[in-house]
Design a binder for this molecule. Structure first.
Ligand SMILES: [Zn+2]
Ligand SMILES: [Zn+2]
Length: 437
């Protein structure tokens, strides 16, 4: 499956000379009030579609005016604590949250085992404790380790020093479920014209996985690409269409404030959301000065493409089954389009699918999607292989290829040189040759 293809590099907005690069700092929400890094102050850009305004009343600093997609909140003074008010699930029910969202072993400052018991500093004795649950290393006897005395869960010292995810009470992705927002640190949007990636974490449309959010934005920032995390609205209070509307509003917002191309990245159900959003490409009628709401590229990491599993009570995986199951018809609605039927549409795509993924295996999800891309001669890169089970986030080695692919599509610092050449009439005139794999 190799073909060479030419495509026109499209840039999000025309250059307006002399216009300063300003990512419109709308509001500061010190959700990470306790964070040590000064630059890690979380910025929250609230998106507010007209639909949302009708359906819910949420705390908004200023009245939303018509189609204006940004609601300016009053600035939270430096040092003040948390705007994080309403959790997705009431606190009393947290002990019953699914393990992949409770994430005891990865959240909060206290090191805990998967069951939520606190780990204690101990020494490997070779009998009581097994290998590190994270990296598998079997430390020699006498080596200091962190261990759970109840379930014998262990963590090597090196793994115990890895960055932790925010505790449930501090997780911005677990709060304010009625307010779709773009989240980023103060440095998340700082590279002029380097392009922006909008990250849609997975979580079965019911939650947002923290390891598929801010750490991913951080990763792209370190590679000179702007990145923001979309906190889209979730089941059961909102429909999948609301999530698509939120992504549309996010693209509009980014096109308004950040120059350069825009990509959407989705993990798992977030991948389903990004691919579903792409089906609407070019379908809307708009005036000439309207901002484009489609993206220039999409990145789908272990995406859920075939919605069939949501039909099965045993496989749908909903926490609030009774309420969420009512939304299944809406999730199934565009199934045939996503699988390559009439109405399929997608931008250039980077897709990763694991053959050993028990939730979204490559043969049921990645393969039919790539087949549809190939049939329509849409450029793509498909990383298919045994990358292990579902939910590996930034792991398993896809990230370097993804950055290289984004650079070729006009993202990142490298392209600023191309912009400079183009401005002088010396550039590649918007044409890049790309070989597909
Ligand atoms: Zn380890
Ligand atoms: Zn334990």
């Amino acid at each position: 499956m190799r073909a060479s293809r030419r495509y026109t590099a499209r840039h999000a907005t025309a250059k307006r000379p002399g216009e300063p690069f300003s990512p419109i700092a709308v509001s500061y929400a010190s959700l990470h009030g306790g964070s040590k890094r000064a630059s890690s102050r979380l910025q929250e850009f609230r998106l507010c579609t007209s639909k949302l305004k009708v359906r819910t009343a949420f705390r908004c600093g200023r009245k939303c005016k018509g189609s204006k997609a940004v609601c300016a909140l009053p600035k939270v003074p430096k040092g003040s604590k948390a705007v994080c008010t309403q959790p997705k699930v009431p606190k009393g029910q947290w002990p019953w949250l699914p393990s992949w969202i409770a994430l005891h072993a990865r959240r909060g400052s206290l090191r805990k085992c998967w069951e939520g018991h606190q780990l204690k500093l101990d020494r490997q004795d070779g009998r009581k404790f097994g290998g590190c649950q994270n990296c598998g290393w079997q430390a020699p006897s006498g080596t200091p380790i962190h261990a759970c005395h109840e379930c014998k869960w262990t963590l090597c010292i090196s793994c115990s020093l890895q960055p932790r995810l925010p505790a449930l009470k501090d997780d911005p992705l677990f709060h304010e479920p009625h307010c779709p927002s773009l989240l980023g640190y103060s440095g998340s949007v700082k590279y002029p014209r380097a392009g922006t990636v909008i990250i849609c974490p997975g979580g079965n449309y019911e939650f947002l996985c923290p390891h598929e959010g801010m750490p991913v934005a951080d990763f792209f920032n370190r590679h000179g690409i702007n990145a923001l995390v979309l906190r889209y609205r979730l089941l059961p209070n909102y429909s999948p269409q609301d999530a698509i509307d939120d992504l549309t509003a996010a693209v509009k917002f980014v096109r308004r404030c950040c120059k350069g191309p825009v990509a959407a990245l989705g993990f798992s159900a977030g991948g389903h959301l990004v691919a579903s959003h792409a089906l609407h490409r070019g379908s809307e009628t708009k005036k000439s000065n309207d901002l484009r709401t489609d993206v220039d590229a999409q990145i789908l990491i272990y995406p859920g493409i075939d919605p069939k599993d949501w039909k099965h009570p045993d496989k749908c995986g909903f926490y609030d089954y009774d309420k969420c199951f009512a939304h299944v018809p809406a999730l199934l609605k565009n199934g045939s389009e996503l699988l390559g039927g009439r109405g399929f549409s997608a931008p250039p795509t980077f897709i990763v699918s694991s053959t050993k993924d028990e939730v979204c295996p490559a043969n049921k999800h990645g393969d039919p999607y790539v087949k549809a891309l190939r049939r329509r001669r849409i450029p793509y890169v498909y990383m298919r292989g045994n990358f292990g089970g579902h939910g590996f986030g930034l792991g398993r080695g896809w990230t370097d290829s993804c950055i290289a692919w984004l650079h070729k599509r006009g993202f990142g610092p490298k392209c600023q040189y191309i912009h400079h050449l183009e401005a002088k009439g010396m550039g590649p005139s918007g044409h890049i040759h790309r070989r597909e794999d």
